[in-house]
Design a protein around this ligand. Structure first.
Ligand code: GLN
Length: 499
């Protein structure tokens, strides 16, 4: 987190306007920190070679004109499933090797138009499928808090980037928890907005009805500005909704949050939850009640089907979305195939990793004639019930609190042999995607092993502002130490790291 120049977006903007530092200086600092730590952390899949140039151009403009936004000159990293014209987008897959983007994701374009400097593109589970970043074709990212542990996933690179202070802001995507779970594992704030808030144009589709882009940041106030900047109707994504992004600012400014009614689904605090996480959440609940919040007990009876529904809906959509990677239109193609069919088959066989293949098979099966009614359509019906449960609960509470993850960051290899136990990592986060709701994970300190713990807040549609305000209030109760990180740490990494 920490850097020598600023500790928030507002402070950055002030320092810049008072000429306390140049954009080039700031850009060079983050790039050289990344250069020093990337060999051990494996956060970035590519570094933007044009970043310093862009910084210089911005500096030159700032001599004559005032900055157009707090973001002018602000360093950002983006997940490598977000397109940026002229730059590689790999989705951490071999099948996209050699592919250069022909467009820029709307969310990224909006930040660029305000003047951000993109430093690099971050590691992920291949096509955002996974919960540990171990499914990357380019090796896993390491958790900055303990290099023997996973950073979570699929946006593990973006979460680790902010945690390790390689960028003050990064973007991820969240289909079932891929922003919030790595945020919890890396001890940073991560936000998944309401479905339709931010355009998905230029985000390589995994499960289009669930995917949303969102930020990792040091505070709710910073995340808020990023959300406002990226939000709003986009003719390139029909599912975006025409709402004034500024409503999030008013939500953030409202003081009501102090007396918020916090929904507690007690069943989710029971079996299967790690003891130290349960205790910390209990501590948090007491602290919030002590400050005037009111606990309301809620039941989300259909949430227990969340994982089942998700892995039918998400794999079905993925099987269709990933059919475009056929060796013809993008990236990798096998050499000298016997015929056209062999070209398709061998390209996809060599280009995709095991987890992606598993999902394509599952999804194709769930959509196939004879099974579609029994699986896919049934799942869609239960999805509607999951959403209805939430909307009913929000008649009685302002937001719902749960843990973000059932376990602390786990060790490399611990779950790779057992896909089902990996899928359970998202048991608390998945339902917000199925219901299209905004949700975030905020750090609530570290456990006795020095590993971060996250608290998860889910709100009614379009309530990001209030959630972020609550997140900042919670963060104030649990000041985070900094992960012990320095370039020399690389030695520890190769030995499997600290305990
Ligand atoms: N871990 C979940 C999965 O593997 C969610 C991934 C995501 O949100 N992109 O599908």
């Amino acid at each position: 987190m920490k850097n020598p120049f600023f500790s928030s977006l507002a402070e950055f903007a002030r320092g810049r306007d008072e000429r306390r530092f140049s954009i080039e200086e700031v850009t060079r600092y983050f790039l050289s920190r990344t250069e020093a730590l990337n060999p051990s952390l494996n956060v970035c899949l590519s570094i933007n070679q044009n970043a310093v140039n862009r910084a210089r151009q911005i500096d030159a403009r700032l001599v004559r004109n005032k900055a157009i936004s707090p973001f002018t000159g602000y360093p950002v990293m983006i997940k490598d499933n977000l397109e940026m014209e002229g730059y590689p987008t790999t989705c951490a897959s071999r099948i996209l090797s050699g592919y250069l983007s022909r467009r820029t994701a709307t969310a990224v374009a909006r930040l660029l138009s305000l003047g951000v400097v993109v430093l690099g593109k971050t590691n992920l589970d291949e096509f955002a499928m996974g919960s540990s970043t171990e499914n990357s074709a380019f090796g896993p990212t390491r958790n900055p808090w303990n290099p023997a542990r996973v950073p979570g996933g699929s946006s593990g690179g973006s979460a680790a980037a902010v945690a390790a202070g390689l960028a003050p802001l990064s973007l991820g995507s969240d289909t079932g928890g891929s922003i919030r779970q790595p945020a919890a594992f890396c001890g940073v704030l991560g936000v998944k907005p309401t479905y339709g808030r931010i355009s998905r144009s230029g985000l390589v589709a995994f499960s289009s009805s669930l995917d949303q882009i969102g930020p990792f940041a040091g505070s709710g106030a910073d995340a808020l500005e990023a959300l406002v900047a990226m939000s709003g109707k986009d003719p390139l994504d029909m599912t975006t909704v025409d709402r004034d992004p500024a409503e999030m600012r008013s939500g953030y400014q409202s003081t009501e949050v102090m007396g918020a009614r916090i929904g507690i689904p007690e069943a989710l605090f029971g079996e299967g939850l790690d003891g130290s996480i349960r205790e910390r959440l209990k501590d948090l609940r007491d602290a919030l009640s002590g400050e005037g919040a009111r606990e309301v007990s809620v039941t989300l009876p259909h949430s227990r089907f969340g994982i089942n529904v998700y892995y039918l809906v998400a794999t079905s959509e993925a099987s269709s979305n990933l059919s475009r990677f056929d060796g013809v239109r993008y990236g990798f193609r096998v050499k000298n195939p016997a015929d056209l069919r062999a070209m398709y088959e061998e390209t996809r066989d060599q280009g995709f990793g095991d987890e992606v293949k598993r999902r394509i098979l599952l999804g194709t099966f769930a959509l196939s004639a004879g099974y579609q009614e029994a699986f896919y359509r049934k799942a869609r019906k239960v999805q509607a019930l999951i959403r209805r449960d939430f909307l009913e609960a929000f008649e009685r509470c302002d937001m719902i609190l749960t843990p973000t993850s059932p376990t602390p960051p786990f060790a490399f290899g611990e779950k790779t042999g057992d896909p089902l136990s990996m899928y359970l990592s998202d048991v608390y986060t998945i339902t917000a995607n199925l219901a299209g709701l905004p949700a975030l994970s905020v750090p609530v300190g570290i456990d006795s092993h020095g590993l971060p713990i996250g608290a998860h807040l889910i709100g009614p549609p379009w309530s990001e502002g209030r959630l972020l305000k609550m997140a900042d209030r919670i963060a104030g109760l649990y000041p985070m130490p900094l992960p012990e990180l320095h370039a020399g740490h690389a030695d520890g990494f190769s030995e499997g790291g600290r305990r």
